[in-house]
Design a protein around this ligand. Structure first.
Ligand code: MN3
Length: 210
């Protein structure tokens, strides 16, 4: 997905809809993946359709917005609303791809290991303290957005809050753990109880092996 180019297609969910029960329910996963995620894929294709010059770029390249957000096109070449549509939808595709890839059924979801475990303990004291800090950060996201554990180019770990479908691509920060805080990610099951969603999510969040 990250190295694909136009036309983008919806990657399959890497596990059955019911695989994350009871922490994430099948109905939420069905709507979240098949409707919400798909709408970003469709929106990105729609936004790129008139711009042949951008159709050879990968998702990462499209999101690598170096110069004032439009590194790949001067404002004269592309109307700002078109650039915005590409960044918003492309961000939605990128963030959702990583979110669904980062979840796994309980028992197969990996805790932090090796280098990552050492770095987490060095930065936060323990895995439990890291989880508390991450949850706290996620509770402070106002409106729709994401919380991300990112690996900085200098090797440091940091927890980020992102608004809407912002990404960390142009900052060259590698996302290690992504949590969707849009209400569609949890409202069917958890209603207004974001904290309960976050606490239960730790059972199915899988850390990468670095
Ligand atoms: Mn979502």
């Amino acid at each position: 997905m990250l190295f694909d180019t136009y036309p983008f297609s919806l990657p399959p969910l890497p596990y059955p809809y019911e695989a994350l029960e009871p922490y994430l329910d099948a109905e939420t996963l069905h709507y979240h993946h098949d409707k919400h995620f798909k709408s970003y894929v469709d929106g990105l294709n729609q936004a790129l359709k008139p711009y042949c010059g951008l159709q050879g770029l990968t998702l990462r390249q499209l999101l690598s917005a170096g110069n004032g957000g439009y590194g790949w096109a001067s404002p004269g070449q592309l109307p700002p609303c078109a650039a915005k549509a590409i960044l918003r939808n492309g961000g939605g595709v990128y963030n959702h791809f990583l979110y669904f890839q980062g979840l796994a059924p309980k028992g197969t979801a990996r805790g932090p290991e090796g280098k990552l475990l050492q770095w987490i303990c060095r930065a936060y004291g323990s895995v439990e303290q890291f989880q508390q800090a991450f949850t706290q950060c996620a509770m402070e996201v106002f409106g729709s957005g994401w919380t991300v554990l990112g690996l900085l180019p200098n090797g440091a770990l940091r927890i980020f809050r992102l608004k809407n479908q912002e990404t960390l691509v142009c900052a060259k920060i590698r996302p290690l753990l992504m949590v969707d805080l849009w209400e569609h990610a949890y409202y069917l099951k958890y209603k207004n109880l974001r904290k309960e969603y976050l606490e239960n999510l730790w059972h199915v969040l899988s850390f990468p092996v670095l």
